[in-house]
Design a protein around this ligand. Structure first.
Ligand code: HEC
Ligand code: HEC
Ligand code: HEC
Ligand code: HEC
Length: 146
C-alpha cells in the first residue's frame, strides 16, 4: 500500500475515534428512551411552573367581568390572552396584571389580514373605522358589542 494512503487511513481512524468518543461522552443518558426523543425532556417540561391559570380561576374573584364577557362576542377569548399570565397575581393580587394600553393591541387580532376569514373574525382598518381613536372609548373590551 502506498505511504500516502496509509497516512490517510491513520487520519481517518483518528477522526472516527474522536467522533465516537464525543458521541459517548456527549449523548445524554436518556437519549432515545422514547423513539427519537430524550426521555428526561418530559420530566423537565413537567417540572416547569404553570404560568396560565385559565378563565375559571379569574372568575372566582372577578365574577362580574367574567359574566359580562360570557354574554358577548369575546366569550371565547381567555382573560390571559389580553392580561398576560396570571399565576403570580392569583397568589398575590398586589402583583399587577398587564392592562393592554392602546388600540395596537386590539389590532393584533382585528387588523385586515387576507389569511383570516372574516366570517370567523371581523376585521377593520383602524384609520377608516375610527380615525385612530382608542378602541375602548367606544367598545368595552370585555363585551365589545352591547
Ligand atoms: C384571589 C382573587 C383574584 C383572582 C383569582 C384574580 N384576581 Fe385580578 N384582582 C384581584 C383584586 C383584589 C384586584 C384589585 C387589586 C388592585 O387594585 O391592585 C385585582 C385586579 C385585577 C386587575 C386590575 C389591574 C391591576 O392593577 O392589576 C386585572 C386586569 C385583573 N385583576 C385580572 C385578573 C385576571 C386576568 C385573573 C385570572 C388570571 C385574575 N385577575 C385573578 C383579585 C383576583
Ligand atoms: C380582549 C381583551 C381582554 C380580555 C379577553 C379581557 N380583558 Fe380585562 N381589560 C382589557 C382592557 C383593554 C382593559 C382596560 C379597560 C379600560 O381601561 O377601561 C381591561 C381591564 C380589566 C380590569 C380592570 C378594570 C375593570 O374593568 O375593572 C380587570 C379587573 C379585568 N380587565 C379583568 C378581566 C378578566 C377577569 C377577564 C376574563 C374574564 C378579562 N379581563 C378579559 C382587555 C381584556
Ligand atoms: C385574541 C384576539 C382578539 C383580541 C386581542 C381582540 N379581539 Fe375582538 N374579537 C375577537 C373574536 C374571536 C371575536 C368574535 C368574532 C367576531 O365577531 O369577529 C371578536 C369580536 C369583536 C367585536 C364584535 C365584532 C362583530 O362581530 O360585530 C368587536 C367590536 C371587537 N371584537 C372589538 C375588540 C376590541 C376593541 C379589542 C381590544 C380591546 C379586541 N376586540 C381585541 C378576537 C379578539
Ligand atoms: C368612535 C367609536 C368607535 C371607535 C373609537 C372604534 N369603533 Fe369599532 N365600531 C364602532 C361602531 C359604531 C361599529 C358598528 C358599525 C360598523 O361596523 O362600523 C363598530 C364595529 C366594529 C367591529 C365590527 C366590524 C364589522 O365588520 O362588523 C370591529 C371588529 C371593531 N369595531 C373593532 C374596533 C377596533 C379594533 C377599534 C380600535 C382600533 C375600534 N373598533 C374603534 C365604533 C367605534
Amino acid at each position: 500500500m502506498p505511504i500516502q494512503v496509509k497516512r490517510l487511513l491513520v487520519v481517518f481512524a483518528v477522526f472516527i475515534g474522536v467522533m465516537l468518543g464525543l458521541k459517548y461522552f456527549l449523548t445524554p443518558e436518556s437519549w432515545r428512551e422514547f423513539g427519537p426523543y430524550r426521555g428526561k425532556a418530559l420530566t423537565e417540561i413537567a417540572d416547569q411552573e404553570a404560568k396560565y391559570v385559565q378563565m375559571e380561576t379569574c372568575a372566582m374573584c372577578h365574577d362580574s367581568i367574567a359574566d359580562l364577557k360570557d354574554q358577548g362576542l369575546h366569550i371565547s377569548i381567555q382573560c390571559e390572552i389580553c392580561h398576560g399570565p396570571g399565576y403570580r397575581h392569583v397568589e398575590d393580587e398586589n402583583i399587577d396584571m398587564v392592562i393592554p394600553e392602546n388600540s395596537d393591541f386590539c389590532m393584533t387580532c382585528h387588523a385586515i389580514n387576507a389569511a383570516r376569514s372574516t366570517s370567523i373574525i371581523k376585521q377593520i382598518d383602524a384609520i377608516e373605522h375610527s380615525e385612530g381613536e382608542d378602541c375602548i372609548s367606544c367598545h368595552n373590551p370585555h363585551e365589545p358589542w352591547l
